[in-house]
Design a protein around this ligand. Structure first.
Ligand SMILES: Cc1cc2nc3c(=O)[nH]c(=O)nc-3n(C[C@H](O)[C@H](O)[C@H](O)COP(=O)(O)OP(=O)(O)OC[C@H]3O[C@@H](n4cnc5c(N)ncnc54)[C@H](O)[C@@H]3O)c2cc1C
Length: 376
């Protein structure tokens, strides 16, 4: 099969790897607008279950990904300067650039062609010249745009502002930190992803953002403002910028996932709010499911239909959980009157997917502490 993939992120490269492994005669080429060493973002998160899926799909890349990643089992909630830890949550982090490098090397090993610094100008011609065209070109997908009449995408821009930083302060676990200021409430989502660096995402509602005066502030001034807000948590470390800018989360859905010989994968197809840390995981698991569908049939139309049937319910479930989580953060100012233990409890239950029984199973001590605070 002649496969053309636009986008050399986790979704595109992982799909190429799995297809080439399944059948070395597939002729696969990836087109990526960035260079091999260009990077954006900091660390990405995987759950224990995702890692098991990656092991099943491709042992060599799984071995590399898990070789020196950072694993943790705690969510820490910091409110009014008090830290509450909730254990029993299995996650791990790896630098995005490291993940991309592992996948690039694996593509090389399998002799998959990657055309870096290549933007496809004529997508329709590429489509006509191949058996399968995969749009794995991220949240602002041009493939989705080009064939919008077929995919019928819905894009909604959410009100909260957020900005990705790194820091050398190490957060051992997924740490959710709340700081109340005269401007409003700031929340930070942070976790370490290698021996020296953590991701540090700051989120706030539009009122807080405008009260703080960010509209008239340079990116550099915003960075030092936020370093001051989170000074007690950063303990002297600075916030590191990688062209970090305020953005609004875009919620992407598509009515149709494929048409003729074109299919979308990863962020091009769907997004889920970063507070459940699943963008990269979902992108790679999409690739696994699509490849599994090609194991079942070599007919492209059938495989794409099966892909949508199998994957849509999973994605819709994730998006529903992520939506609840996103709403919680959009309304964070309504929760900060809670005590630290109550806020931590509310956060753990925000997606509507974790009940008291599950929380007790994960961390009985935390639940006992919460129950006793509630009845006090
Ligand atoms: C600024 C930013 C920072 C992020 N940082 C993190 C982070 O630190 N941690 C985390 O967990 N998640 C992060 N994410 C989210 C995460 O990257 C995605 O959820 C995940 O990577 C989805 O994988 P993907 O392969 O579908 O898309 P992407 O990883 O976005 O890959 C799409 C690729 O397509 C390429 N591309 C796009 N259009 C074209 C075109 N027309 N021609 C050729 N190539 C094209 C892009 O350069 C990109 O390499 C970040 C996202 C953004 C936008």
């Amino acid at each position: 099969m002649k496969i053309r993939i636009i986008g050399g992120g986790p979704a595109g490269m992982y799909f190429a790897i799995l297809m080439k492994k399944a059948d070395a005669t597939h002729e696969i080429a990836i087109f990526e607008r960035n260079g091999p060493d260009d990077t954006f973002g900091w660390g990405v998160v995987f759950s224990g279950k995702t890692l098991a899926n990656l092991r099943g799909a491709d042992e060599p890349s799984h071995a590399e990904i898990t070789r020196d990643f950072e694993a943790w089992d705690n969510v820490d909630v910091v409110h009014r300067g008090e830290k509450i830890s909730i254990h029993g949550n299995s996650f791990s982090g790896i630098a995005r650039i490291r993940l991309l490098k592992i996948l690039q090397r694996r593509c090389e090993e399998l002799e998959i062609e990657i055309n870096f610094r290549t933007e496809v100008a004529d997508i329709e011609s590429l489509r006509r010249d191949c058996d399968l065209l995969v749009g794995a070109d991220g949240v602002n997908s041009t493939v989705r745009q080009e064939f919008a009449d077929h995919f019928k995408p819905s894009l909604s821009t959410r009100p909260n502002k957020y900005i990705w930083f790194g820091t050398n302060q190490l957060f051992h676990g997924l740490t959710l930190t709340f700081r109340q200021t005269p401007a409003g409430v700031f929340a930070a989502h942070s976790y370490k992803f290698d021996k020296t660096t953590s991701t540090f995402i700051v989120e706030c509602d539009p009122l807080t953002w405008s009260n703080a005066g960010f509209a008239a502030m340079s990116d550099e001034d915003a960075r030092s403002y936020l370093a001051d807000v989170f000074a007690p948590d950063l303990e002297g470390e600075s916030l590191l910028s990688n062209n970090s800018k305020w953005i609004n989360f875009a919620l992407v859905k598509n009515s149709n996932w494929h048409f003729e010989n074109v299919v979308l994968l990863g962020d091009a197809l769907h997004t889920a709010h970063f507070s459940i840390g699943s963008g990269t995981k979902l992108a790679m698991e999409d690739a696994i499911t699509l490849k599994d569908c090609f194991d079942q049939t070599s007919k492209i139309a059938d495989a794409l239909k099966r892909f949508e049937e199998a994957r849509r319910p999973v994605i819709e479930d994730y998006q529903a959980a992520a939506y609840e989580s996103m709403l919680w953060f959009e309304n964070a100012r309504q929760y900060v009157h809670l005590s630290p233990i109550e806020l931590a409890y509310s956060l753990m239950k925000r997606s509507g997917r974790v009940d008291n029984g599950e929380l007790t199973k994960r961390d009985a001590e935390f639940m006992a502490r919460y129950e006793s605070a509630k009845s006090a």
